[in-house]
Ligand binder design. Structure first.
Ligand code: LRH
Ligand code: MN
Ligand code: MN
Length: 388
């Protein structure tokens, strides 16, 4: 039997990065419902993100999206974040909202569009130098809607050339993570649709290029934990974008739609050594909160990952290996399910208290009055939205 005490040290190193865009008004292509107190600036987004770390102790960095998070002094922004107790994390590039990229960005046949997209990434690397960020995350909206619209092969070759130019500019401690998504906004062919395509590109680039797995970016029914296992086995799982989905790329709170899937994913992370900081797997959230309050939405998400990682760590690996070796199908399954059904919340509550954190971060944040405070303080100006 694996005890909570024996696995607790591994929980201490589990850091979950929160996305700056989760604090803005966002969520769907239909009505975006505003929330009082929504940040108007990058600084206010970081202040909100710092609350998540303050109450959970598990969310020490904030990811930026460029150009949604514009600053004329990123070094000063870094100092400001550090003053609030958090660091600036992954820099996400954005080549999906400019007219120039109508027919593609890093894959574009048009040299001017491609140049603009590469230069945007080089600017992102400059920002990373100032913020101290390790990872440049690239997700491309590039693709086509109609068969015959694009030369599929040309776009892979062009993408490889573009990525090589960007990769060459990374510092020794910096990494490139390439995110895939099977559809949307392109509905016929997406240029980086699956982990295999991402893997082919990052393998060609070198050791500091890895794959980002967004849990909402697969066809229904995909066995995501299998992909996790394979990428860890290949040494190419660089990052997660955690969220959950019922239908498409819903960007709901991680673990909300299918907690068992989150458990299975995190068990493969544990099995593959992915919780070891040396493995270099970044655990990020990529979510939008449309109807729920944003800061508690992020706290809930961090706690969901922490709770499910705990259950995954509690799997009795020796008993599992013995049952698997004996081809004891039901016995092996029972070992896994025993851990999944373990209620770890009381153990985590006392563990948090022993580390000077609130036993119930959701309740502690609600009682703090922060939401009422920002609603009163942040009057005027334009609230940040998905994309601003
Ligand atoms: C694309 C995506 C990608 C973007 C984010 C806003 O669907 O998952 O990670 O950066 O959404
Ligand atoms: Mn994502
Ligand atoms: Mn997405």
């Amino acid at each position: 039997m694996t005890t909570f005490e024996s696995i607790a040290p591994q929980l201490e190193s589990l850091a979950i990065e929160v996305p700056s865009w989760a604090y803005g008004n966002s969520g769907t292509r239909f009505k975006v419902f505003g929330t009082p107190g929504t940040p108007r600036t990058v600084a206010e987004k970081i202040a909100d993100a710092a609350q998540v770390h303050r109450y959970t102790g598990a969310a020490p960095t904030v990811a930026l999206h460029i150009p949604w998070d514009v600053s004329d002094d990123y070094a000063a922004l870094r100092r400001y974040a550090e003053g609030l107790g958090v660091g600036l994390g992954t820099v996400n590039s954005n080549t999906f909202q400019d007219d120039a990229y109508k027919f593609g960005s890093l894959t574009a046949a048009d040299p001017a569009a491609r140049r603009q997209a590469i230069d945007h990434h080089l600017r992102c690397i400059e920002i990373m130098d100032a913020t101290g960020s390790r990872d440049l995350k690239i997700w491309l909206a590039d693709g086509s809607n109609y068969p015959g619209q694009n030369d599929l092969r040309q776009r892979q070759d062009t993408l490889a050339e573009s990525l090589a130019e960007i990769y060459a500019q990374l510092g020794d401690e910096q990494r490139l993570v390439l995110e895939y998504k099977f559809f949307e906004p392109a509905f016929y062919a997406t240029d980086v649709p699956d982990w295999g395509t991402s893997y082919a590109h990052v393998a060609a680039l070198g050791d500091r290029a890895t794959v980002c797995l967004d849990t909402g970016h697969h066809a229904p029914g995909t066995n995501i934990e299998f992909i996790v296992m394979q990428l860890l086995r290949l040494g190419k799982l660089g990052a997660f974008d955690f969220n959950s989905r019922f239908y498409a790329d819903d960007d709901l709170i991680v673990g909300a739609a299918d907690p068992f899937q989150l458990f299975r994913i995190l068990f493969e992370v544990v099995r593959g050594g992915g919780l070891d900081p040396e493995a270099g797997v970044a655990f990020m959230l990529d979510q939008c909160h449309n109807v729920e309050d944003k800061i508690p939405g992020q706290i809930r998400s961090v706690l969901n990952v922490q709770e499910m990682a705990t259950r995954a760590l509690l799997v009795d690996r020796d008993a599992l290996a013995a049952a698997q070796a004996a081809n004891d199908v039901l016995g092996a399954n029972a070992v896994l399910m025993d851990a999944f059904y373990t209620d770890v919340r009381p153990s985590l509550a006392s563990w948090r208290e022993s580390r000077g954190l609130p036993a119930d971060p959701m309740a502690a944040f609600a009682a703090s009055g922060y939401l009422q405070q920002i609603a009163a303080d942040r009057v005027g100006g334009t609230q940040a939205g998905w994309g601003a």
